[in-house]
Write a protein that binds this ligand. Structure first.
Ligand SMILES: Nc1ncnc2c1ncn2[C@@H]1O[C@H](COP(=O)(O)OP(=O)(O)OP(=O)(O)O)[C@@H](O)[C@H]1O
Length: 668
């Protein structure tokens, strides 16, 4: 298994290893939002980065200002104070050196230099104290800024229309912006570092300028090679990481495949372990070679940068020596210049490094800001027309809907009525549009054509929060929250909190007590495998938890005393045993008897026989409607054909009725 290491820095087709090619057909390419930034740092010059520093600092300032103004002010004042202390320290150094290099006895010279020396010590002590204050305030600011950004991000994401979440461009942006919240925190720390270096540089440069204008170019001359070396090495490291990122991911996948339970049987029985291990080793060796190459290159750059900087320093000191010798510069000024040039050069190197990192973080923060703008544009509107609490009838009038990016509509021209207090069954083949129809009823999507009316009020312009509050949904693949059993039921109406009476009522309804009592921790059992003390419930047990949750919502009032009007049960019994299923359908009927309107989606037509009204969908259109008896009376009907087919599977007494079923009757 020979592997060829990539040449360097760039991810090209030739740079992949033989193992990657064989196992994955090339480098693994993830298509997440954040991958769009992976090459950006390599394509942009440092000057372009530098030009964006003011904008990046402005963003950081804005975020920090909103999170904690006091902490921000402390950081800003402390950093300005540190720069002033540094400048003052340099000037005091100059004064001390001037006193030392004057004529007189050592005693006199030392005494004369003492105040300035004390000032140097005072400046450096003040700088240290301000440094502590700045880092304390920075530590306070960073988590606050991250929290503020995360909360704003999550609040906006939770209000976005469902259709937007299914838009691939928006979900890529969402994925990328998720990294932006942590990047916000780093943006703050990098901004403080940039600010520190910038102010330090201004202080050192300012003092050098006042001492002698010729010192400024000298500072630049010494710092430039170091800065160049820092940028070059950072970019090399970055390029190498990016070029090898897919390789690392591939190796991580291999390591995971060897250890995860799912692949364990084949790994053992088919002896795939040594095969994967061989490829893993080959890929790890290739990666090591790259790391060695990178280390050599970085050392090479550092040596060159240090040599050039050393030469520049030697030249600078020679010039300083000549100026002193020629009487054009006082010895004390030359001494201060050496100190100032050294601190200034360190500030330039640090500025270059931190500016690079700041830019990287800013890319993700920019995504976060873009997401915020997009989320606002795509948000579910607040407010709107009021909806009646319990409408006598919900009417769908020519409703059509096409999912974003789909060529064919999921629903076309649906016109039907849903009277209050009835069980209305929706039946039809897989993909005929039943779940889409209930999503429109809940207000998760808005119809592209036609209207949905609650006693004449169009839900398109209605207050969507009122609509949501009036609906209780038990979806086919309802959410199995990784919470306790108690929370899994009460989350049906979170605003009612932890009410034991309501919990008991919901559990009674769904016959959940035997399941809860069988758990060691009862209601406090964590329904999530993989967590300590967490349990895995069976599909049927979960379905009862879901029914209890739905009942809790259906029988409690929402904000403003709004009652639940519509209960939607989408395949609510698919995982229940026969006995539980019969009981569950009886309980669903009970809800309608209490005045709630129930929409029941099921493929089990024995259950729909009991519904007050049945709508049959076919390829997104309403194909048949009526009561069970009416539909069974149509000899060519789809419903009748499917019902008889299902009945025949259970009851041999029902003969197969040749020629009465349509050829493509599928929803059995
Ligand atoms: N989120 C989605 N994005 C794009 N297309 C979708 C989406 N959900 C459903 N569809 C498509 O819309 C059509 C109707 O699907 P829907 O889920 O409403 O059918 P259904 O009658 O509920 O099916 P089933 O009985 O299998 O649950 C199908 O062609 C399906 O592929």
């Amino acid at each position: 298994m020979k592997t060829r290491p990539p040449k360097t820095g760039t991810a090209t087709e030739e740079s992949i290893s033989a193992s990657e090619k064989f196992l994955f057909g090339g480098p693994l390419r993830y298509d997440y939002g954040f991958t769009s930034h992976e090459q950006t740092m390599l394509k942009i010059s440092f000057l372009a980065v530098a030009r964006q520093i003011p904008g990046m600092l402005r963003t950081a300032l804005h975020l920090a200002w909103r999170a904690d103004r006091t902490a921000l002010m402390v950081v800003a004042l402390a950093e300005i104070g540190r720069a002033l202390a540094a400048a003052f320290g340099l000037l005091a150094t100059n004064r001390a050196l001037a006193s030392l290099f004057a004529s007189g006895s050592s005693d006199q010279l030392l005494r004369a230099a003492l105040p300035a020396a004390l000032a140097v010590g005072g400046a450096s002590a003040l700088s240290a104290l301000l440094g502590i204050a700045s880092s304390w305030a920075g530590d306070r600011l960073e988590p606050k800024t991250e929290r503020a950004a995360t909360v704003a991000f999550l609040a906006r994401a939770a209000r976005v229309e469902l259709a937007s979440l299914e838009d691939p461009d928006f979900s890529r942006l969402l994925e990328s912006a998720r990294f932006g919240t942590a990047a916000v925190r780093r943006l703050i720390s990098q901004s403080i570092a940039v600010l520190t270096a910038l102010l330090g540089l201004v202080a050192a440069g300012g003092v050098l300028l006042t001492l002698d204008p010729v010192l400024m170019p000298m500072l630049v001359l010494i710092a430039a090679p170091k800065g160049w070396g820092a940028v070059r090495s950072a970019r090399r490291r970055y390029g190498s990481t990016m070029a090898w990122l897919q390789h690392h991911r591939a190796a991580a996948i291999l390591a995971q495949l060897i250890t995860q339970p799912h692949s364990a049987p084949e790994v053992r029985v088919h002896a795939i372990g040594p095969f994967i291990l061989g490829h893993y080793t080959a890929m790890a060796e290739a990666s090591e070679q790259e790391q060695n190459r990178l280390a050599r290159a970085v050392v090479g750059t550092s040596v060159l940068a240090s040599a050039l900087s050393g030469l520049a320093a030697a030249a600078t000191f020679a010039v300083l020596g000549w100026l002193v010798h020629d009487g054009q510069m006082a010895l004390a000024v030359a001494g201060t210049a050496v100190v100032g040039i050294r601190t200034g050069a360190a500030d330039i190197t640090s500025l270059v490094n931190t500016a690079n990192r700041l830019y990287e973080e800013a890319l993700f923060v920019a995504d976060l800001e873009r997401l915020q703008r997009e989320s606002e544009r795509r948000a579910i509107p607040t407010g709107g027309t009021g909806l009646p609490h319990r409408p006598d009838v919900i009417t769908l009038d020519g409703v059509g809907f096409t999912y974003p990016g789909r060529a064919t509509p999921a629903l076309t021209g649906i016109t039907l009525t849903i009277p209050r207090g009835q069980v209305v069954a929706l039946v039809g083949d897989n993909g005929s549009g039943k779940s889409t129809l209930v999503k429109l009823l809940c207000g998760l999507y808005l119809p592209d054509t036609g209207r949905i009316l609650w006693d004449g009020t169009d839900t398109a312009g209605a207050d969507r929060d009122q609509l949501f509050s009036s609906v209780s949904v038990l979806e086919q693949d309802f959410q199995r929250w990784p919470f306790t059993l108690r929370a899994n039921v009460l989350v049906g109406r979170p605003e009612h909190g932890d009410d034991p009476a309501l919990l008991k009522r919901a559990a009674d309804y769904a016959d959940l007590h035997p399941i809860v009592e069988a758990q060691t921790n009862g209601w406090d059992t964590l329904a999530a495998r993989g967590f300590q003390g967490g349990v895995q419930l069976s599909g049927g047990q979960w379905q009862r938890v879901g029914m209890a949750r739905t009942h809790h919502r259906a029988t409690t009032h929402g904000p403003g005393g709004r009652p639940t009007h519509l209960v939607i049960a989408d395949e609510p019994t698919s995982a229940l045993d026969a006995q539980s299923e019969v009981a569950a359908f009886a309980r669903i009927r009970e809800l309608a008897d209490r005045g709630l309107t129930v929409i029941l989606i099921t493929h089990r037509l024995a259950a729909t026989a009991d519904a007050d009204l049945i709508y049959v969908l076919h390829q997104g259109r309403l194909a048949e409607q009526g009561t069970h008896e009416e539909l069974m009376a149509d000899p060519a009907g789809r419903y009748r054909a499917s019902y008889l087919l299902q009945a025949a599977q259970y009851d041999t007494a029902v003969p197969h009725q040749r020629g009465t079923e349509p050829a493509d009757a599928e929803f059995s």
